[in-house]
Design a protein around this ligand. Structure first.
Ligand code: SAM
Length: 294
């Protein structure tokens, strides 16, 4: 196994008609490398993990909210054993809905029912499940998580970046995606189709302490930044005023930047920047414009 994998031929096991199923060959490589003694899959979908374990002679437990695999809820129900490898392949938010589509009626416990608008809820629940899974890993055992990125309305939801990283990170494997539904959609060159997933492998090194990295979302406000060049501040101010402004408006706007506060003569500094930097040009006396990026 290498850090980039691609399986154009899916291989045998599971059900390729079950949407979002994964390649048995990925699991054969993963288990072939780590040689686990007992494997658990808490969201086994069409049973790919079960079939690979049967083929390789590995003890296993596989469950799913899908009644065909126990109607078991990864968020609440008891994990039936102790394992040295857990393969966790959750839904990618509600890109593919499982309950009500692939099986049964819509089930509020199904992670794929959480709308993308409640993405932070999805991430929270994912983290809770990861934490639970670690309790049933033996020391030295591994949690391997297969996740993808989602893009909607021009915004990327990178699950692997946003989810908690629990345990000792050991490996990131990029897996090329083949034969997915989006392969048949014509995006007319307006969209870079996502055709990879991540297999993230975390190890449990300690019985009591679980390393945990959580990404925190915040924002930078250029107006309150202390360190910003005058040239950037003037450009941002002019941009903020719609790309064109007279000097009094620009003077007022620039004074609202923390980085310009200490200057003894900010108005003279604004004029100096406007007259010497090529991204600005005067369209009339005292009226300045921002050059369009060619
Ligand atoms: C991406 S699929 C797994 C596909 C599987 N690896 C395969 O090859 O077929 C995700 C699965 O998570 C299940 N699921 C969603 N929410 C769940 C929950 N709370 N507990 C257990 N399973 C859940 C869905 O029923 C679905 O089968």
């Amino acid at each position: 196994m290498r850090s980039v994998v691609s399986y154009p031929e899916r291989g045998a096991g599971g059900n390729n008609m079950y949407r979002g199923n994964c390649s048995p060959r990925l699991l054969e490589d993963l288990f072939g490398f780590y040689k686990p003694k007992k494997v658990f899959d808490p969201m086994c979908g069409s049973g790919t993990t079960r079939d690979v374990c049967l083929k390789l002679g590995i003890h296993h437990d596989v469950l799913d909210l899908n009644p065909e695999f126990g109607g078991w809820d990864a968020l609440r129900d008891e994990i039936p054993g102790v394992y040295d490898m857990i393969f966790f392949h959750p839904p990618y938010s509600n890109i593919i809905k499982y309950s009500g589509h692939m099986w049964g009626n819509p089930d509020p416990r199904d992670l794929s029912q959480i709308p993308l608008e409640q993405y932070s809820q999805f991430i929270k629940k994912l983290s809770l499940i990861q934490k639970r899974l670690f309790t049933s890993l033996s020391r030295g055992g591994r949690l391997a998580i297969l996740v993808g990125d989602v893009k909607k309305n021009g915004k990327l939801y990178s699950i692997q970046r946003d989810m908690a990283w629990l345990g000792t990170p050991e490996q990131v494997v990029i897996k090329a995606q083949h034969n997915c539904w989006s392969d048949h959609v014509d995006y007319s060159g307006k969209f870079i189709p996502i055709c990879h997933e991540y297999l993230l492998i975390f190890r449990k090194d300690s019985c009591y302490i679980l390393p945990c990295t959580i990404s925190v979302s915040s924002e930078i406000n250029w107006k309150t930044e202390e360190k910003l060049s005058w040239r950037t501040a003037v450009r941002l101010a002019l941009e903020g005023l719609g790309g064109k402004a007279d000097l009094p408006k620009l003077y007022k706007e620039i004074k609202s930047f923390a980085a310009t506060k200490k200057h003894s003569d900010p108005e003279a500094k604004v004029r100096q920047i406007l007259q010497t930097k090529p991204e600005f040009y005067s369209v009339d006396r005292g009226i300045w414009r921002l050059k369009q990026v060619a």
